[in-house]
Design a protein around this ligand. Structure first.
Ligand code: FEO
Length: 176
């Protein structure tokens, strides 16, 4: 399979994303935001699921899986807003990596891989929207923190927040 190298590289990128969420989760936990940490830890697991999905696909196509070292996560954020700005930027960067593989599969006329990658294209729309909505909420909570417990409430909400955001592609007129 022509795209085996690119898919193997993306598999490691998803593992790296998991490490980033783990490390940021540990940092926000150290700031006393247990609910936010819980959310980030759950998301780390989601990134590992992305990794596994690619691994399974490489195997299914009869190509070789190469599990290599995962780069270290970046240094700790300087604030909760900085944390979610970095999370959002990371997702945007990951989307661009996904698009590169989609483009390569198109050029190679590897339609199975092109089709497989559409799941990730859709997933990235959701991941970016989720990261952006959390960043917005963090900004609002931060702006209000001097006279309210907005950050505390948001942290408590994140403990039980859904891991996914509703996709526009799944919306209907009855259920927008
Ligand atoms: Fe695997 Fe957050 O995208």
């Amino acid at each position: 399979m022509a795209l085996a190298a690119a898919l193997n590289a993306q598999m490691t990128k998803e593992a790296h994303a998991a490490q980033i969420y783990l490390s940021y989760g540990a940092w926000v936990a150290s700031q006393g935001l247990g609910g936010t940490a819980n959310f980030l830890f759950r998301h780390a697991q989601e990134e590992r699921n992305h990794m596994t999905k690619i691994l399974e696909y490489i195997l299914q196509r009869g190509a070789e899986v190469k599990v290599i070292a995962i780069p270290a996560p970046p240094k700790n954020p300087t604030s909760v807003i900085d944390c979610f700005e970095k999370v959002f930027q990371h997702e945007v960067d990951n989307t661009n990596e996904i698009y590169k593989i989609v483009k390569m599969s198109f050029e190679e006329e590897d339609w199975a891989t092109w089709n497989f990658m559409q799941w990730f294209v859709k997933e990235q729309v959701e991941e970016e929207a989720l990261a952006l909505s959390l960043l917005d909420k963090m900004k609002i909570a931060d702006a209000e923190k001097k006279n309210s417990n907005a950050l505390y409430s948001l942290d408590r909400d994140l403990e039980k927040a859904p891991d996914d955001i509703k996709s526009a592609e799944d919306a209907t007129a009855e259920n927008p």
